[in-house]
Design a protein around this ligand. Structure first.
Ligand SMILES: [Zn+2]
Length: 173
């Protein structure tokens, strides 16, 4: 039986882990409810790596075929709970900010990227879109354990903030 919350948790985890893998620092995600989420992974894609971060949501969702959700009762509520104030603040930013991924459909963002600066080259658009999807599949496969780890946290708590970012902040205080 499909579990939409688990699929969404995997989807957002895919964005987060791909973003970590390409070196982004400020990374996090929330589940808004059992059917939708948002990831904080940066703005409009420029490079192929950026586009792969956008495509990684769909790639990670497919892990639901082979991996079951954690055996926990998910947290439910209007605002996800992080375990500290910095986490809660970031969760609010993820929801509020227009740069949050999944505020619009990934396919639309990818299509815009694939067509960027190529006024009429449908064959090239398709090549670029496929390149992003292939790169995303590679990123998810190479970081599968991390995707599952992040997805389990998202599924259970509704929020995930990269500890790398928190540690970085602690470093400069
Ligand atoms: Zn997405």
């Amino acid at each position: 039986m499909s579990n939409r919350r688990w699929e969404i948790a995997l989807h957002e985890a895919g964005h987060v882990v791909a973003a970590e893998a390409v070196g982004r620092r400020l990374v996090g995600a929330v589940l808004l409810n059992d059917r939708s989420g948002r990831a904080w992974v940066g703005g409009e894609p420029c490079t192929v790596a950026d586009a792969a971060v956008v495509a990684a949501g769909a790639a990670a969702e497919r892990l639901a075929d082979d991996h079951n959700p954690p055996d926990v009762s998910p947290a439910v509520g209007p605002m996800p709970e992080a375990d500290d104030e910095r986490g809660r603040e970031l969760a609010r930013s993820v929801i509020r900010e227009p740069v949050a991924t999944d505020a619009e459909p990934d396919e639309m963002v990818l299509a815009r990227w694939a067509c960027m600066n190529r006024p009429y080259h449908p064959g090239l658009w398709e090549l670029r879109a496929n390149l992003a999807h292939d790169r995303a599949a590679d990123l998810v496969e190479a970081n599968c354990d991390r995707v599952l780890e992040v997805a389990r946290v998202l599924y259970a708590t509704g929020v995930f903030i990269s500890r790398k970012e928190l540690n970085h902040d602690n470093d400069i205080e």
